[in-house]
Design a protein around this ligand. Structure first.
Ligand code: PMT
Length: 219
């Protein structure tokens, strides 16, 4: 197994887009490909870390030595993260987690018959990053992502404080080369100690290593 500056560290990463089922054939989701989270998990592994990756559905590839826990919904991801967080000293939440799920799962396929429209009541999902910050803030290194289409830095700053995270990696979907599905990202890294660093457009692998550099320095 690789040896590097993260040898002896245990890193928990989340990746991908959760799926929130309406009925046996349909679900709500988002456009996350999992590339950002897998880039982080793979980079941490190559730097010697013990890596656990909590993966919502995606088609990315991780190194064989990485422990992968496959999950579907936000609730599944919450359960898997909480079960694996105790052993980690760094937690990085790159997954795009659905904030809401259909309030009621229908056991049988919802039929169209005679309806012009339907209402779909939604219920809140647990906020995993918040739960981690509440439980482990100040004890483990916690990095969240922040994906916005407007007011990026303002929202990122709010998340950093409210969620008791050490770092927030902010990306704006409307920037060229940033966000979902691309091999690159454009991020600004905000840290608990007040730094705001705007990085240029970089490969997701390079963003992953830049973030890991900062986590290890802050440990
Ligand atoms: O997967 P790719 O295609 O490579 O795209 C990468 C990405 C855009 C998905 C990634 O870079 C990213 O920004 N991930 C976070 C997306 C997101 O859900 O952002 P948010 O601002 O809604 O959430 C803020 C943080 O809270 C995130 O760390 C998220 O994992 C976490 N969260 C959100 C909701 C929830 N119920 N629980 C959470 O833990």
């Amino acid at each position: 197994r690789p040896v590097g500056d993260l040898s002896g560290h245990s890193v928990l990463v989340t990746a991908g887009a959760t799926q929130e089922a309406l009925d046996p054939v349909r679900f709500l989701t988002n456009h996350s490909s999992g590339k950002m989270g897998y880039a982080i998990a793979n980079a941490a592994y190559l730097r010697g870390a013990d890596v656990t990756l909590i993966a919502a559905p995606n088609t990315q590839k991780a190194f064989e030595g990485i422990k992968i826990v496959n999950v579907i919904s936000a609730q599944d991801m919450f359960d898997a993260v909480m079960e694996n967080a105790e052993n980690a000293d760094m937690i990085i939440k790159a997954a795009a987690v659905a904030d809401f799920r259909p309030a009621e799962y229908q056991d049988q396929k919802i039929k169209k018959a005679g309806k012009d429209s339907i209402c779909l009541p939604l219920a809140s999902n647990p906020d995993i990053l918040q739960a981690l910050g509440d439980r482990f803030g100040g004890k483990k290194m916690i990095a969240g992502f922040c994906m916005e289409t407007e007011n990026l830095l303002e929202n990122a700053q709010k998340k950093l404080k409210k969620k008791n995270a050490d770092f927030i990696v902010a990306n704006n979907l409307t920037n060229a080369g940033a966000g979902f599905g691309t091999d690159t990202n454009v991020v600004t890294i905000l840290s608990k100690d007040g730094k705001t660093e705007a990085l240029p457009c970089m490969s997701k692998d390079a963003v992953a290593n830049a973030l890991l550099d900062r986590l290890i320095r802050a440990l």
